[in-house]
Design a protein around this ligand. Structure first.
Ligand SMILES: NC(=O)c1ccc[n+]([C@@H]2O[C@H](COP(=O)([O-])OP(=O)(O)OC[C@H]3O[C@@H](n4cnc5c(N)ncnc54)[C@H](O)[C@@H]3O)[C@@H](O)[C@H]2O)c1
Length: 300
């Protein structure tokens, strides 16, 4: 097949539905052979349907059944690409879950489950893929490898009722920056996308926009996020690494990260009272942080 991913092999985690499904279909439409990962059980049936859809459109794809928050799931994901197609060029980390609770009610299980699927579920496939790419580089076959991670506005700005999810998604941003810095020497680029789309995860959030598409453009369709992901996944994105993007409808935003703001230096140790006065002075000249999602003054 032709397309900007022709000849490449991409693995997409959590690709049986939602954004992952859209990314898998879009990657295949641009010529990539795709490993469609899903959780074992009912979800892997969804992944099989995605593979069938890709094959019906004359693309190539295989299913991988595995939990990417486990080392075995991550290792076999990479092994499936190598066994089926003899190579891996792109890893799209996308799998995710929600267990929303206000902080005071957030139990350890809900914390662990969300951090495991998102943060560990990004790290483990990334580590297995990176080990493969380092071996390729050492063998003189430096790849044009790409990692596309999935963060969220919740991870960038915070989100009321989502402390576990926001913390995991913020962790994914830091993981992306480290991966970009560490893996460049092996021919690997790493970027992250904060999407917004109507999926099982957000059907209530975006309920108001679930009405009929305006002017034939369904703004909240997951497929609107995929073109950016496909380009980042391709060799065409050479030189773009360590970047965080927001993607929603027809909009792509470069998210600019933490930069030092106003600073003061006493040249000696502060007293707490002095430090407080200095901080109040600095804050007066500092840019206000973005509003945390859901903190819009409901008063409760
Ligand atoms: N939809 C949005 O607006 C939105 C906004 C910000 C971030 N995101 C992120 O986008 C990604 C995709 O979310 P979505 O909205 O398509 O949700 P979704 O629930 O439709 O899809 C997530 C998929 O991940 C799979 N999955 C869950 N745990 C897994 C595991 N351990 N191993 C393998 N697969 C697993 C699920 O079975 C599901 O098919 C998530 O990382 C999510 O946090 C989505």
């Amino acid at each position: 097949m032709t397309g900007i991913c022709a000849g490449r092999v991409a693995a997409v985690t959590g690709a049986g539905r939602g954004l992952g499904r859209a990314h898998a279909l879009a990657l295949a439409a641009e010529g990539a052979r795709v490993v469609v990962n899903e959780l074992p059980g009912a979800s892997v049936g969804e992944a099989r349907r995605v593979v069938e859809e890709i094959r019906e459109r004359r693309g190539e794809a295989v299913v991988h059944s595995g939990d990417v928050s486990t080392d075995d799931g991550a290792a076999t994901l990479v092994a499936t690409a190598l066994d089926a197609y003899g190579r891996l060029d792109t890893l799209v980390n996308n799998a995710g879950i929600l267990r929303d609770r206000m902080l005071v009610n957030l139990g350890e299980d809900d914390w662990d489950a969300v951090v495991a699927v998102h943060l560990k579920g990004h790290f483990l496939p990334l580590r297995h893929a990176a080990a493969h790419w380092r071996a390729e580089h050492k063998a003189g076959r430096t790849p044009q490898a790409r990692i596309v991670n999935t963060t969220s506005g919740a991870g960038l700005l915070g989100s009321v009722g989502q402390a576990n999810y926001a913390a995991a998604k913020a962790g994914i941003v830091a993981l992306t920056l480290v991966a970009a810095a560490e893996l460049a020497r092996y021919g690997v680029q790493a970027n992250a996308v904060a999407p917004a789309a109507r999926t099982r995860m957000t059907e209530h959030t975006f309920a108001a926009t679930m009405a009929a598409p305006q002017h034939g453009f369904d703004a909240m369709a997951p497929a609107n996020v995929s073109p950016l992901v496909v380009w980042l996944a391709s060799a065409h994105s050479a030189g773009v690494t360590g970047q965080i993007f927001a993607a929603e409808a027809g909009r792509i935003t470069i998210m600019e990260g933490w930069h030092p703001g106003p600073v003061t230096d006493k040249g000696d140790r502060w007293t707490p009272k002095e430090a407080g006065e200095a901080v109040r002075g600095l804050l007066a000249g500092a840019r206000a942080p973005g509003v945390v999602y859901g903190a819009g003054g409901s008063g409760d």
